[in-house]
Design a protein. Structure first.
Ligand SMILES: Cc1ncc(C[n+]2csc(CCOP(=O)(O)OP(=O)(O)O)c2C)c(N)n1
Ligand code: SF4
Length: 275
């Protein structure tokens, strides 16, 4: 069914700032479609970001939005959710924003299992500031700060968030927007910390410097380096190297373990004592 995505966009903020072929618009489009498929109330929805090209995404959305400081989106979002647990709080963050400077907030958001939906735009690079390497830049990749090849090991954010306590963990890729929409919808409807990493493309500061090519070749690269999570589980270990599972990777439905629900229990117990 056709979706009028413009009803969710601040048209006066368009055109957007993103380069031609950037994957960030695909993520925004899929998010809007996912929201459209849920019954969440737009008047009770807040979208929060940090800084970066990805950090500009909430500015185009017709919700209450907050463009915060670099890496701090989850900290601000935690405050919003605690102050008013009725709100649906969505965090849009880049791989630099969410896994480098904001890495600690990500871990502790997962640990608390607070009901946020975090979508991480993983273009494997600091896009906005000219292509410095991030914790998601693969070992050996060229960046402006690793002209001879990156010697760091990259994170697996799906493993990280799962072991830190997130109760919904998934991975999508911009070559498959239908799946992204499905994963975002499930993440939005999940009560607890939802983390959806999305493989994304920055043709300007990553693709061309690493001889992958332009946007089309980068999407082909994603297709060649991903498999459905169900297939991944059955693959021999030696075949998994360099391949990413896509889909829902981990899910635990236990609304009572959610942070604001547990906080409310304490408030209620003190209210009873005062009666
Ligand atoms: C405290 C602080 N440190 C550094 C910066 C500079 N800075 C702005 S955006 C950015 C990189 C963003 O990269 P990423 O989060 O991966 O998002 P992308 O631009 O790729 O979407 C950096 C380092 C800043 N604004 N504030
Ligand atoms: S620099 Fe990269 S991440 Fe930023 S808008 Fe351009 S293509 Fe997208």
């Amino acid at each position: 069914m056709a979706v009028d995505i413009y009803k969710y966009l601040r048209e006066d903020k368009l055109p957007h700032i993103w380069c031609p072929g950037c994957g960030h618009g695909t993520i925004l489009n899929s998010l809007v479609r996912a929201i459209d498929q849920t019954d969440i109330d737009p008047d009770k929805t807040v979208v929060v970001s940090g800084i970066g090209c990805s950090g500009r995404a909430p500015g185009y959305l017709k919700f209450d939005t907050l463009h915060t400081t670099h890496g701090r989106a989850i900290a601000f979002a935690t405050g919003i959710k605690l102050a008013n647990p009725e709100l649906n709080v969505i965090v849009l963050t880049g791989d630099g924003d969410g896994s480098a400077i904001g890495g600690n907030h990500l871990i502790h958001g997962c640990r608390r299992n607070i009901d946020l939906t975090v979508i991480l735009f993983n273009n494997q690079i600091y896009g906005m500031t000219g292509g410095q390497y991030s914790p998601m830049t693969p070992t050996g990749a060229v960046a402006t700060t690793s002209p001879y090849g990156n010697i760091d090991q990259d994170f697996d954010l799906v493993d990280l968030t799962r072991s830190a306590g997130a109760t919904f963990v998934a991975r999508g890729a911009t070559y498959n927007p239908r799946q992204m929409t499905k994963l975002y919808k499930e993440g939005l409807e999940h009560k607890g910390f939802s983390f959806i990493e999305t493989l994304d493309q920055c043709p300007v500061n990553y693709g061309r410097k690493n001889n992958i090519g332009g946007p089309t070749e980068m999407l082909d690269w994603q297709k060649e380096h991903t498999v459905p999570a169900s297939k991944w589980e059955k693959m021999p270990e030696e075949e998994k190297e360099g391949i990413f599972p896509l889909g829902v990777i981990h899910r635990k439905d236990d609304p009572e373990s959610e942070y604001t629900a547990r906080y409310q229990q304490i408030i209620d117990s003190f209210a009873k004592e005062d009666e």
